[in-house]
Unconditional design. Structure first.
Length: 241
C-alpha cells in the first residue's frame, strides 16, 4: 500500500526543499506560523511548475473559520487564481459559530472549485461531533480530511485519530497532521492505519539578526522546511508501504 507524504510550505525555498526531500504532494500556503493562509499568485505560479500535485489553502486571514460575505468573495477569487495557475486542488474549511462545519458555505466554495481536488482542513478539529462532520465531508465530496484529532498535535490526538479513522471506514482519507515529524512518524504509523501523512518537515531557522526582529520583520519562532527531515519521513513511509 502506497503511503503519501504531503508537505506544507509557505515560500519558494520550502517548495524546493519539500520536492528535493521526496514530497508526494504539496499544500501551498503563506504564513504557516498561523496555520497557513492563501498563497500569493506568484508562489502559485512557481508551484505549478513542480512535478507533484499542489493544493493551495484558501484561507483569507488568521483566526477562526467564520467568514463574512466580503471574505467569501475573496476566497472565490482565490479559487479562480488556483485554477488559472493550473494547480491540482484546494484546501478548504469553514465553521459555524458552534464549531460545526458550515456546510452551506463549503458547498458554495466546492461548487466554485469544480474540477479541482478537495481537502478539508483543520477547521475539522473544532467540530463538536467527529461522526457528524465526517458524514458531511463525505457527502460534500472531499477527498481527505486533515486533522490532528482535535488536539494541539497528533501525539495528543492519537486516540481521537484512531476513532476518526474507524468512523471514516475507508470512505474518505484521514490525513494526520499537526506536529508530525521525523521523530514521531514511526510511532504514528504503528498506531494509525492511514495512507496520507501531512507534515511541514521543518526545523528552527536558527539565529535571526536582532535588527530584523526589533523592527518586527520576523519572529524568533519561525521555522523553515528542511529536505533532510522530509526525506526521513518519506523513508519511514516507504518502509511501511
Amino acid at each position: 500500500m502506497k503511503r503519501f507524504l504531503e508537505v506544507c510550505v509557505d515560500d519558494a525555498f520550502g517548495l524546493e526543499q519539500a520536492i528535493a526531500g521526496g514530497a508526494d504532494r504539496i499544500e501551498l500556503c503563506s504564513a504557516l506560523s498561523v496555520g497557513g493562509l492563501t498563497p500569493t499568485p506568484g508562489l502559485m505560479a512557481l508551484a505549478a511548475e513542480q512535478p507533484v500535485p499542489v493544493y493551495a489553502i484558501i484561507r483569507p486571514r488568521s483566526g477562526d473559520f467564520i467568514y463574512s460575505e466580503s471574505e467569501i468573495r475573496t476566497m472565490l477569487a482565490d479559487i479562480d487564481q488556483v485554477r488559472a495557475c493550473g494547480l491540482a486542488g484546494v484546501v478548504l474549511g469553514a465553521s459555524r459559530t458552534d464549531g460545526r462545519l458550515d456546510t452551506d458555505l463549503l458547498a458554495r466554495l466546492i461548487a466554485h472549485s469544480e474540477g479541482l481536488g478537495l481537502t478539508l482542513h483543520r477547521a475539522f478539529d473544532l467540530v463538536p461531533d467527529f461522526s457528524e462532520a465526517i458524514e458531511e465531508a463525505v457527502r460534500l465530496g472531499f477527498e481527505r480530511i486533515l486533522t490532528s484529532g482535535g488536539a494541539p498535535n497528533v501525539t495528543d490526538g492519537l486516540e481521537n485519530l484512531r476513532q476518526i479513522i474507524d468512523l471514516a471506514a475507508g470512505r474518505i482519507s484521514i490525513m494526520p497532521g499537526g506536529g508530525v515529524s521525523a521523530d514521531n512518524i514511526d510511532m504514528l504509523l504503528e498506531h494509525l492505519d492511514v495512507t496520507d501523512i501531512h507534515s511541514s518537515g521543518s526545523r528552527p531557522i536558527g539565529e535571526i539578526a536582532e535588527r530584523i526582529l526589533s523592527l518586527g520583520f520576523d519572529t524568533p519562532a519561525r521555522r523553515i522546511t528542511d529536505k533532510a527531515n522530509v526525506a526521513r519521513i518519506r523513508a519511514a513511509l516507504s518502509a511501511k508501504s
